[in-house]
Design a protein around this ligand. Structure first.
Ligand SMILES: Cc1cc2nc3c(=O)[nH]c(=O)nc-3n(C[C@H](O)[C@H](O)[C@H](O)COP(=O)(O)OP(=O)(O)OC[C@H]3O[C@@H](n4cnc5c(N)ncnc54)[C@H](O)[C@@H]3O)c2cc1C
Length: 406
């Protein structure tokens, strides 16, 4: 497809959200230039769970098929408690009339980005400039310019619009003068991967273990191929140093504690990393010709797997609307609609649900914990309540909410 003749849309950040924004524009005939500070796409152990609406949205571009070819379909996930064991096992196949993808798909974020990059580079009107670190921008009435630092010196990139998809510390958000209200949790999150297989012990490919001291979330990930790796996320107390958290003993003890295994049990540990966790939403998703998407617009704790999923929902929504503006079939008002739809959902749904999930997993009050287990079992005993619960936790309701905003 040949592109329109105006200046390209600049996308800052070749993470999953930036590359998808670029792909959605390019496949509609809009020229795009992506600038990325790193020399290539990065290896990232963060996102790994994709919800049904995300797979539905990525179908038109062919991304879903490519993800399904290497990802793990996870129709069942568990709510467990360290002391009380299995509380409820949810089966997403009850959503088979609501979505063509009644499962979660597990795939590492760093296996998604090469898929997006390769698809994007099939368009001659798309270019990706690695080792270009966005530094500042200038907006005019009919365009925007980004200044980027490169190994060869400063480069000026001219564009018609600019999408900031440069993550939680977004310099584009700062350059556009947009605030990022919210807070950072005192505790950080550790991510650990092991080749040990937890399925024989009764763990579903995705399980959340509540514990007042140290909850833990399990995900079986595809890695380079079967049998894959088991990945865990758990909180780290603020007084621990990085050195302590990244020590092998921390991983061994954390797993043993979560599954009540003897303290001497040892697991082959493949990765360990640690992340800061925040709850923040940008005050605006649009400032003139600058638009924000993904983590640059909103960040949340990862419990529920909403961060990248909602970033992908931003990219799909924004890609279609900005392409229509650039190609002249819609007024710029649709970009304000993008902000209303996606910012509302970020505030009402993603922030509330991720905070609630965290509170549930770490609840210290025993009567409150037991009451929640009773509510979960009551929900699981009713097909109607189960469907409502899964429509919410699978983000299907968040998309309906966004689409209802006009
Ligand atoms: C432990 C953990 C687990 C998670 N699990 C999940 C999950 O299961 N499901 C889920 O949906 N989400 C999850 N998330 C959240 C998810 O990882 C993020 O929402 C996702 O990475 C956001 O993608 P992005 O493209 O917006 O930003 P990023 O992935 O942060 O990408 C930003 C890109 O911009 C580049 N960049 C930064 N600054 C500049 C600059 N100045 N110039 C040019 N380029 C720049 C970066 O190098 C990077 O390539 C998890 C997060 C954590 C911490």
């Amino acid at each position: 497809m040949s592109a329109q003749k105006t200046l390209p849309v600049i996308v800052v950040g070749a993470g999953p959200v930036g590359l998808l924004c670029a792909l959605e524009l390019a496949r509609r005939g809009v020229a795009v230039t992506v600038i990325e500070s790193e020399p290539s796409t990065t290896i990232d152990l963060r996102a790994g769970t994709f919800h049904p609406p995300t797979l539905e949205m990525l179908q038109a571009s062919g991304v879903t098929d490519a993800m399904m070819a290497i990802g793990i379909q996870v129709p069942r996930w568990q709510a467990r408690d360290r002391e009380y064991g299995l509380i409820v096992e949810w089966d997403l196949s009850v959503l088979k009339d609501d979505t063509p993808f009644p499962f979660r798909l597990h795939l590492e974020q760093h296996r998604l980005t090469p898929i997006l990059l390769n698809m994007l580079l099939e368009y001659s009107h798309a270019q990706v400039l690695f080792s270009h670190a966005f530094a500042s921008l200038a907006q005019t009435a009919d365009g925007v310019a980004a200044l980027a630092n490169t190994p060869q010196g400063e480069v000026r990139v001219e564009g018609s619009w600019l999408i900031g998809a440069d993550g939680g510390r977004s310099l584009t958000r700062k350059a556009a003068g947009i605030g990022f209200d919210g807070y950072t949790w005192p505790e950080r999150y550790s991510v650990i991967s092991t080749t040990h297989d937890f399925a024989p012990a009764g763990y579903a490919d995705n399980a959340y273990i509540s514990d007042p001291e140290q909850w833990l979330a399990f995900f079986r990930m595809p890695d380079k191929g079967p049998p894959g790796l088991w990945r865990m996320t758990l909180p780290v107390q603020p007084d621990m140093t990085d050195e302590e958290v990244l020590a092998p003993a921390f991983a061994q003890n954390a797993i043993n504690r979560a599954i009540n295994a003897p303290a001497s049990t040892r697991y082959p540990i493949v990765h360990q990393s640690v992340y800061n966790v925040h709850q923040r939403v940008a005050n605006q998703f649009r400032a003139g010709r600058v638009l924000l998407a993904g983590d640059s617009a909103h960040v949340n704790n990862p419990l529920g797997g909403f961060g990248l999923n909602s970033g992908i929902h931003d990219a799909i929504n924004l890609g279609e609307k900005l392409a229509a503006v650039v190609l002249g079939s819609a007024s710029t008002d649709v970009l304000d609609l993008y902000e209303r739809q996606r910012r509302t959902v970020a505030m009402e749904y993603v922030q509330n649900a991720s905070i609630k999930n965290k509170q549930n997993l770490e609840e210290k009050d025993l009567p409150t914990r037991l009451k929640r287990f009773a509510e979960l079992r009551d929900t699981a005993a009713s097909p109607q309540k189960t469907r409502e619960y899964l429509l919410m936790s699978s983000m299907i309701n968040s998309i309906k909410r966004a689409n209802a905003i006009t």
